[in-house]
Design a protein around this ligand. Structure first.
Ligand SMILES: C[S@@+](CC[C@H](N)C(=O)[O-])C[C@H]1O[C@@H](n2cnc3c(N)ncnc32)[C@H](O)[C@@H]1O
Length: 221
């Protein structure tokens, strides 16, 4: 049987099962990592009225921060393939009465979106970051110069073995393949300009940012 250790690429069916199991307790489990989300959203440098794609949005934990920056005139497009996670996101949107949030239940590689978004967030979505087709599809819906931020787990230097023990356990729990954990941002970074990567949480996590290249084929707004 394939496991995250033996798989060479993400497995969408395994990811669906993983997040069907986790949906009910996901927000509680994520609480210790919320400071990383704050930094990730800040790195998007969102303007009032902006449209932002939240790729692999899960239960919508980033929505309050995103909404706080873009205001009532902005738009959030949350994309996630897990109906169980999106049901929780939908409930969050309803409870806050946000009118400008669109939820798209689809794999990031196949999501049909309107073009011309100002920014994209890939927060804790290792499987998406290792999926070329997903990156191509999301990036072609961004404006040239759009800000892109990605975060996630990554291997710390070998001597930081406690950090790496955490990375291993957390990745087994939250991703379907360990492939690319040394530089999870590299496929995305190859498609962006002005890339910057920094380590957080003692080297166990990263925040990568960059801007969308001009000149690639994109979907018109
Ligand atoms: C660790 S959760 C992160 C959720 C959210 N970004 C957050 O910050 O809390 C990973 C999410 O990615 C979603 N996901 C995994 N693979 C995906 C894919 N190929 N396309 C869309 N969503 C995907 C899962 O369903 C899950 O909701």
């Amino acid at each position: 049987m394939a496991t995250p250790v033996t798989r060479r690429r993400p497995d969408p069916a395994a990811a669906l099962a993983q997040y069907r199991r986790r949906a009910a307790c996901y927000d509680f489990e994520l609480a210790p990592f919320e400071p990383v989300r704050l930094q990730a959203v800040a790195a998007l440098h969102l303007q009032r009225g902006a449209t932002v794609l939240d790729v692999g949005c899960g239960t919508g934990l980033s929505f309050p921060l995103l909404h706080g920056r873009i205001g009532a005139g902005g738009h959030i497009v949350g994309i996630d393939q897990s109906p169980a996670m999106l049901a929780r996101a939908r409930q969050r949107v309803r409870e806050h009465g946000w009118g400008q949030v669109q939820l798209v239940c689809a794999p990031a590689a196949a999501a049909r979106l309107a073009g011309g978004a100002d920014a994209a967030l890939f927060h804790l979505v290792h499987d998406v970051l290792r999926d070329d087709a997903a990156l191509v599809n999301v990036l072609r819906h961004l404006k040239p110069g759009a800000q892109v931020v990605a975060t996630g787990l990554h291997w710390a230097p070998p001597w930081l073995w406690p950090a790496n023990a955490f990375v291993l356990l957390a990745a087994l729990y939250s991703a379907t393949s360990l492939e690319g954990l040394a530089r999870p941002w590299d496929k995305l970074a190859a498609r962006l300009d002005e890339v910057a990567v920094r380590e957080v949480l003692g080297g166990a996590m990263f925040i990568a940012s960059g801007s969308c290249r001009a000149g690639r084929r994109r979907v018109k707004p």
